[in-house]
Write a protein that binds this ligand. Structure first.
Ligand code: NAP
Length: 512
């Protein structure tokens, strides 16, 4: 397509996406008929088109197994965009996007698909009168990542003359450290690291990027952002629903792989890394890698005292009775897959030595919330004690990623009256009220960055391996322990009591 954006009056509040020129591009979605393509990728592309953020010339090709023609693909793409786009589609923009969308049917291991793809790419180049940049987006089950990367390499599609070729790889990147290493080796056999964009869509979220703004655009926090002032840090990613119909996926994954290894560890890295000298892909990822390498993975023997796993049992969520994990359809009655995981980690460097980091995530908990709670040390001397200092508490900085995105600083304030009585009060910033514009979806930002060749918000090969390296001993210890009972927590509660065993004296999990 050639670009048609929505008229400016329909769209007065675009602030989220900078409009830097993007080289003409063709995006190839492997798995173009899948759930992710329908719910996220195609609607994200529509919203980029709406905002005029797509390149002047942009083409899209979907590849998947089912037999259908271009018009079937366009019809389904239209339906997905109408249903899932965050804004109501503008007719002209939508028609412009759909007009020349192509579909290539075939199996990912079939050479004929790649021959057809080559012809279609050449046709687009001819039509444009210049070579288009190529982005291969692997929105497929992970077993196809090496297959597709291998085929692209073998057929010479891993590079193009006078244009950039990039490969975007969905999560999960590996199943454990060994498989992540193997996948890295397979992909890097065909592509240079600078061409590889590994997705962790969490990094595309505005609120996650705001962590960086919060830390590095304010002089206020840096002086206290260390072991001298911070007592402990807690990261929570809680969901109030169970696994829904996703038993097949979840039984193999579990909470540690599903959320901790990727999203929560990324939050930990952004929170603890040293300030990068520039917001540039390798500078930022160098700093993340350094701090991840400072997290000493537990030995298998240490796992029991620093990690807790559990499963939800039957309970009540939002007034509705729900069944326990082991009773869910598709879950083995003796399943040992964790729906809850809590960890205590340490970052062994000058900034963080001695500060515990508590991470917890779970399904079917009391409330849906993703937040980081930084608890500062208590004041060193409480001069107010003699006059009564009821309620003095350590300061907390709470960064909420969802819902109700924003930041809260909890301070002690004097309760009005003649005595010196103190109570915690909140200073709040909320995204929704401070910025009236609607945030772009994570996939909008990430697709655009991949088109621009900016890998800052994507995970580098060494970073992926460092992330798995921390989690791997826990996975191994849990896999090898086939007999000790898995703690159960009633659905709709705070999680298992066992998680308290991870906390140092005086520390507590914030209430959900
Ligand atoms: P999905 O719905 O199962 O889609 C799989 C796609 O691959 C379909 O287009 C399917 O084509 C195609 N396919 C399967 N086997 C094929 C073969 N042998 N040859 C050619 N095409 C084949 O999967 P998804 O949920 O979209 O997930 C895709 C990736 O995104 C996964 O890595 C997942 O972990 C990741 N992801 C998904 C979500 C999400 O919300 N769905 C979120 C985050 C990450 P047919 O339809 O024609 O069979």
């Amino acid at each position: 397509m050639t670009a048609v954006a929505a008229p400016a009056h329909e769209n007065p509040l675009i602030e989220g996406l900078e409009r830097l020129p993007v080289h003409p591009t063709v995006l190839v979605i492997f798995g173009g008929t899948g759930d992710l393509a329908h719910r996220k990728l195609l609607p994200a592309l529509y919203n980029l088109a709406h905002e005029g953020a797509l390149p002047e010339r942009f083409e899209l090709i979907g590849i998947a197994r089912r037999e259908q023609d271009h018009s079937d693909f366009r019809a389904v793409a239209r339906e997905s965009i109408e249903r899932f786009s965050r804004r109501k589609p503008n007719k002209d923009v939508l028609e412009g996007l759909l007009a020349d969308m192509r579909y290539l049917p075939g199996r990912f291991d079939d050479d004929r698909v790649y021959a057809r793809l080559k012809r279609t790419l050449a046709e687009f180049d001819d039509k444009a009168g210049q070579p288009l940049n190529r982005i291969f987006y692997l929105s497929t089950a992970p077993e196809f990542f090496p297959v597709i990367a291998g085929e692209l390499g073998r057929t010479g599609l891993n590079q193009a003359e006078r244009a950039e070729t990039r490969i975007v790889i969905e999560k999960p990147f590996g199943y454990d450290l060994a498989s992540a290493r193997q996948l890295n080796a397979q992909v890097l056999e065909e592509f240079d690291e600078s061409q590889v964009f590994r997705i962790d869509h969490y990094l595309g979220k505005e609120t996650v990027q705001n962590l960086l703004a919060f830390r590095f655009a304010n002089a206020l926090f840096e002086p206290v952002w260390n072991r001298n002032f911070i007592d402990y840090i807690q990261i929570t990613a809680a969901e109030d629903i169970g696994i829904g119909g996703r038993a097949g996926y979840y039984e193999r994954a579990g909470a540690l792989r599903d959320l901790v290894q990727n999203h929560m560890m990324q939050l930990l890295a952004l929170l603890t890394m040293e300030p990068p000298t520039a917001f540039e892909a390798n500078r930022l990822r160098d700093e993340k890698l350094k701090v991840l390498e400072a997290i000493v993975p537990p030995s298998t023997d240490e796992v029991a005292e620093m990690a807790v796993r559990a499963q939800y049992a039957a309970g009540v969520v939002g007034g509705v009775r729900v069944s326990g994990y082991r009773e869910e359809d598709g879950v083995a009655p003796d399943s040992r897959t964790e729906t809850y995981a809590a960890l205590r980690l340490h970052v062994s460097n000058w900034r963080w030595a001695g500060v515990p980091f508590y991470l917890r995530t779970g399904k079917a908990l009391a409330r849906k919330v993703t937040e980081i709670v930084v608890t500062l040390k208590p004041v060193p001397h409480l001069a107010l004690r003699s006059t009564g200092s009821v309620g003095v508490q350590a300061n907390q900085i709470i960064l909420t990623l969802q819902p109700d995105e924003g930041a809260t600083i909890q301070l002690g304030a004097k309760i009005p009256g003649t005595g010196m009585r103190i109570r915690p009060v909140n200073m709040e910033f909320r995204y929704g009220t401070s910025f009236l514009s609607e945030s772009p979806e994570a996939y909008e930002r990430l697709i655009l960055d991949a088109m621009r060749g900016d890998a800052t918000l994507f995970t580098r090969n060494d970073e992926i391996e460092a992330l798995w390296g921390i989690i791997d001993p826990i996975l191994t210890a849990w896999r090898e322990d086939t007999s000790s009972p898995i703690p159960q927590y009633p659905a709709g509660t705070e999680g298992p009591d066992e998680a308290k065993s991870l906390l140092a004296p005086r520390h507590r999990w914030n209430r959900l």
